[in-house]
Design a protein around this ligand. Sequence first.
Ligand code: PLP
Length: 383
Amino acid sequence: MNGQEAVYLDHNSTTPVHPAALEAMLPFLREGYANPSSIHVAGENVRRVFEDARALMASLMGIRPAELYFNSGATESINWALRGVLEARPARPKVVVSAVEHSATLDVARRLAERGHELTVVPVDRSGNLDEAALIEALDERTGILSLIWANNETGVLFDVARLGRIARELGIVFHVDGVQKLGKGMPALADLPIDLLSFSAHKFGGPKGVGGLYVRRGVSIRPLIWGGHHETGRRAGTENVPGVIGMAAALEQAVVEWPEKAPRLRALREAFEGALRADHPDLLVNGSGAPRIENTLNVAFRGIEGHGVVLRLAQKGVYCSSGSACTAHDDGPSHVLAAMGLPGDHIHGAVRFSLGAGTDVEGLARARALIAEAVAGLAAVG
Ligand code: PLP
């Protein structure tokens, strides 16, 4: 990379660990290693700090500590939400999701369908907005759970979960939200919203990987996914990831404090970058630009160019981005999200996602812009 620092534009895949989160974790990787279930003083001390972290996170999310369950992250939470609710509601075996969910949701929903559950996948329009008429038609008295993504990881498109949740609530349907890309980015107090369950992962907001949780509104019926012990009030067995949870709580605190300053800065950077790319590439499509989008995400498609090729050329020069979600980066074929949005054929393989974060600045984006122009010209030349 010629001594230049990398330009990291892949924050929707994962974020760097916030220094405050790292500092908060270190004592619990060193001396604070006792098991919080142990009845000796060392264990009790760890338990106290662990429960303080739960209380802090709950207050930052606008919920009660007893409504917050910790686990390995959003993939587990989504599995738990869908499977746990359907198991608890045998008279309502149907699941409804959107076509632009993360694969963590779509894969669970499809496997549930293979096991005999009814499944409806609700389409989106060209901008990524949910087809609300189709949603309303799909929701019925047999529907146990509706699961929707709040901020799309590929396009940044935001669903209006407050309005959609009210529709579900009127019909007695449990509403699960994939909040992975929204928590720490201006999420309102959850208690005030018609959301019953919300999944999240620490590594998307400056915490460590492999830790996250599920918000379960008091009174929602849900069976455990993992049996084996008393942990998390018997709803999620397994020795707690103490350093992970403590780091996650510290990271969320920082994210919430920093967001009011960060949001307008990221929006301005994203808009300037989008404008620059449009100027350089007149055929450029900006996916999701017709819908409300989260501040940090820009998904573009170059006409007649392989997005994957652009990503690889940029990576060789130290600019990191992605051509879809990180989880599907190794799959063949175009993104299911962009396919659901009906991306035109000559743009379908040309998608590149840039996701900005705390360290993103004007200089880094200027370097990315120049290298994108070079990569696109180079790829066009080789046809
Ligand atoms: N949902 C969304 C929107 C995501 O972006 C991700 C991760 O990319 C997940 C779910 C799964 O999160 P994890 O891999 O941390 O379990």
